[in-house]
Design a binder for this molecule. Sequence first.
Ligand code: ADP
Length: 220
Amino acid sequence: SFTPTSNSVVVIGLGRFGGAVADSLVRLGHDVLGIDENAELVQRWADQLTHVVQADATNTDTLRRLGVADFESAVVGIGNDLEASVLTVLSLVELGIRDIWVKALSLRHGRILERTGAHHVVYPEMAMGERVAHLVTGRMIDFIEFDDGFAIAKTRAPRDAAGKTLAESALRSRYGITIVGVKRPRTDFTYAKPDTMIEAGDLLIVSGPTQLVEAFAALT
Ligand code: ADP
């Protein structure tokens, strides 16, 4: 077995979501203990994670025996089985895990998880659905919203900004957004400065309150 450090994370449920989390954590240099009750999945992940165990994570004693109590952070990727998801979070709370992250499929599921003691509830399907809605219109090439109503988007420069510097087009005072970076086709992104010239076809990284970023992207 393995002795966790502050760099270690336990990931419970190695389905599509948990698997992606575990894989990325390893890539970022973390030690990962993966737990799943499915023997086939445990087999599949055996070579990629620091340690993988087949176990039922709803059982507090099982988790304790696996040394889970020594971890500071846990990610629960069980989603479809609501009961297992809640009981696993409850076990982690009982073991005193300081930082519990868990995926929820619905807001109701998320509310139960919060009440149970999860510290961070994420909604991968809902968050990605919202992102795709922004992308499918074709106006935003990428879009990230933070939970305080602030967003960053990659979008095309509006026509009336072309041929002017950022200072001249005064996009910040007119639209309430800030241009963070500018990219011309086939060149790297540069940080935006007042004297940065915008040309038709440029891509902009725009930040600001979500609604203002959306309105700005709709100009293009
Ligand atoms: P995804 O949609 O991300 O694939 P799923 O909810 O389908 O998520 O998968 C969750 C994973 O969690 C599955 O691999 C399943 O075997 C595992 N799992 C479900 N219940 C438990 C449990 N009680 N203990 C350990 N692993 C579990």
